[in-house]
Design a binder for this molecule. Structure first.
Ligand code: HEM
Length: 303
């Protein structure tokens, strides 16, 4: 296949395929400590002030996040729903007949992961419909991340897009699987603080695919413009550099944002709890001082 066509097929130079933007800040509030809890904080109990009582417009990331995911899916999915290998952006590696069916399966499971991930982090749904949250959580893990991640390992190991892309995909698939499994296990163990933290990380890794498309465009607009060459070797090298260098910074970025957010929110919550404890202790000691009568010195007692 001529390399220019290959380039276009891989979708790395199609501007219309990249109308996506970076993920908003991570969504759910982690708990400051990993102390086990008896029940999930937002399932069926009375609404928690400050979290549940906020309206959707006080969480401005939900709408843009859903929009970004929809745009990504609308641009990426349809060509693979034709089940026509000629429409694939990823060329089939030599001696790997099942590459295309596995790629399509990966994309379908990946789409389940993206959609259910958005549902999972939507606070209103978590609080108003905990049963839906549980079903969608299982779908996210078992019909999304696990199959898509295992297939990501296979596709990553055999990727025709160069060593950087291969390494990045293997690393991302592994982290994606590990964080989702840890999130699921901690939910089963009812360790809700840990569950939230693992799921925030898993969410960040799911969103990396979207951010990688943005990086791709940025690279093309800055340090990796399309070469004016018809040489297939030059075009292939450019393609590999573009895809590989857009891929790994994307998941490192989203993971760092998630860790920053978890640390900040955790530290902030701890700080507030400490300050509240200090205020309560100070108020109690003032009350005690005010109420305790000063004992009169006894006559004849040593001063
Ligand atoms: C987060 C972990 C993921 C990993 C490690 C991963 C890995 C891969 C790999 C290795 C390829 C083949 C690319 C190549 O060889 O050049 C691929 C392609 C693809 N993946 Fe994923 N993927 C992940 C998540 C997702 C998700 C959540 C979706 C959502 C639908 C998705 C959609 C796609 C699409 C559409 C392609 C075909 C390339 C394109 O048309 O842009 N992936 N993925």
């Amino acid at each position: 296949m001529p390399s220019t066509i290959r380039t276009a097929i891989r979708g790395t130079i199609l501007p219309s395929d990249s109308v996506v933007k970076a993920t908003d800040s991570p969504p759910s509030s982690p708990r400051p400590s990993s102390t086990p809890r008896a029940s999930p904080p937002a399932t069926g109990g009375p609404r928690q002030r400050g979290t549940a009582e906020r309206r959707w417009w006080q969480r401005p990331w939900i709408g843009p996040l859903a929009l970004v995911c929809v745009v990504f899916l609308v641009l990426s999915l349809p060509r693979y729903l034709t089940f026509d290998p000629r429409r694939s952006r990823v060329p089939q590696p030599e001696n790997f007949t099942f590459h295309y069916p596995l790629l399509v399966a990966h994309i379908l499971f990946g789409s389940v992961a993206i959609v259910t991930c958005c549902l999972q982090i939507w606070p209103w749904l978590r609080q108003a419909h905990p049963a839906v949250h549980r079903v969608s959580g299982r779908l996210y893990v078992f019909a999304g991340v696990l199959p898509a991640g295992v297939l990501g390992l296979v596709l990553g190991a055999t990727s025709p897009s160069g060593l950087t892309m291969r390494m990045s995909s293997l690393m991302l698939s592994s982290l994606w699987l590990i964080t989702a499994i840890a999130g699921y296990r901690t939910a089963r163990q009812r360790r809700w603080g840990d569950h939230r933290r693992w799921m925030v990380r898993s969410f960040a890794l799911t969103m990396a695919i979207v951010l990688s498309r943005v990086y791709l465009l940025l690279l093309m607009a800055t340090v990796l413009p399309e070469p004016a060459s018809a040489d297939p070797a030059v075009m292939d090298a450019w393609n590999d550099a573009l895809i590989g260098n857009a891929d790994w910074p994307a998941w490192i970025t989203t993971l760092l944002i998630a860790e920053w957010w978890l640390t900040e929110r955790g530290a902030g919550a701890k700080h507030k709890a400490r300050a509240a404890r200090r205020r309560t202790a100070a108020a109690a000691s003032h009350r005690d001082n005010d109420q305790t009568p000063t004992p009169a010195p006894e006559r004849g007692s040593p001063s």
